[in-house]
Each structure stands twice: as structure tokens, then as C-alpha cells.
Design a protein around this ligand. Structure first.
Ligand code: ZN
Ligand code: ZN
Length: 155
């Protein structure tokens, strides 16, 4: 027996405001609602995906296009935070290595991405490679000591 949907018009979920009911039902009998996105587009969303309480990944909080945009942004944000964390760790490791490694290593970019950002080719994270070297790395190349290059900074 299909349940009579509770009235959710006016409820807000992220970018979406519920504007009218739909006659569509999910397989399990959940009602669909037409929602208006802040960008002006409408999206039909089943009521089980309209929730502010459970932070489920599948909760719908925007029209299809905006959802795509939002998820791309959140991936970028996540990647950015990871990179900042990586740099912080590298900086800490390098502080521990002061006096134990050539000074110019400590002036190299902190990570691969950092080196790319600065248009450099070498970076020094201060951690050991798989062969136990503490050495600068070349972007796309790996440990300088492993590749038996002289760890001379000429980039
Ligand atoms: Zn939208
Ligand atoms: Zn190595």
C-alpha cells in the first residue's frame, strides 16, 4: 500500500528547495519531489535522498549540474588539504635533518606538487626512499641517490 507522502514543500537541502510533489514513486514506495536549485534548475529527487541529518554521500543537495560542480570542488579541496599536510610533514622532517644533509637540500621545494608549482625539477621531502636513501627527488623520476645522479642542485 503506497504511503501518503508527508508534505515537504518548502524544506531546504543544500542548494535545493522542495517546490512541489511528483506522482513518481521509487520501487520501495518513496515519493519523489521536485526541487528548485539555487541556480534555477529543477531536479526530481526521491524523498529518501533528501536529508540534512544523515551525512550520506548519496544525499542530494543540488541539481545534477551543480552536484557535479560541488563534487569536483570538494575533490579539489580534499586534494589541496592532503597536499598541505604533506608539505607540513616534509617541513617538519627537514627541520630534524638540519646539520645532517647539505644545506641546499633544505631550500628545495617540499613536495612534487610544490616543485611543479615553482617550476623546479627537484624536491626534498626529508623521508627515506625504498632503498633507505635520504635524498632529494626529481619530479617524475624518484630518488636521486637511486638514480645515482649527483645530488647537485642545478634546476
Ligand atoms: Zn543547480
Ligand atoms: Zn634512493
Amino acid at each position: 500500500m503506497p504511503r501518503k507522502p508527508s508534505n515537504r514543500i518548502g524544506e531546504v537541502y543544500g542548494e535545493l528547495t522542495v517546490v512541489r510533489s511528483s506522482t513518481r514513486r521509487t520501487g520501495s514506495g518513496n515519493a519523489y519531489w521536485w526541487c528548485l536549485c539555487n541556480c534555477g534548475k529543477q531536479r526530481e529527487v526521491s524523498s529518501d535522498l533528501l536529508s540534512n541529518k544523515i551525512r550520506q554521500k548519496k544525499n542530494v543537495i543540488a541539481c545534477k549540474e551543480c552536484s557535479k560542480k560541488l563534487s569536483i570542488e570538494s575533490i579539489h579541496r580534499h586534494k589541496h588539504l592532503e597536499e598541505m599536510e604533506r608539505r607540513k610533514k616534509a617541513a617538519q622532517k627537514r627541520i630534524e635533518l638540519i646539520g645532517q644533509v647539505p644545506k641546499h637540500w633544505l631550500l628545495l621545494p617540499l613536495t612534487d606538487a610544490h616543485a611543479r608549482e615553482l617550476g623546479r625539477t627537484l624536491f626534498f621531502r626529508g623521508c627515506k626512499c625504498l632503498n633507505g636513501h635520504i635524498s632529494p627527488y626529481r619530479i617524475n623520476g624518484g630518488c636521486l641517490a637511486c638514480s645515482k645522479e649527483k645530488a647537485v642542485v642545478n634546476d
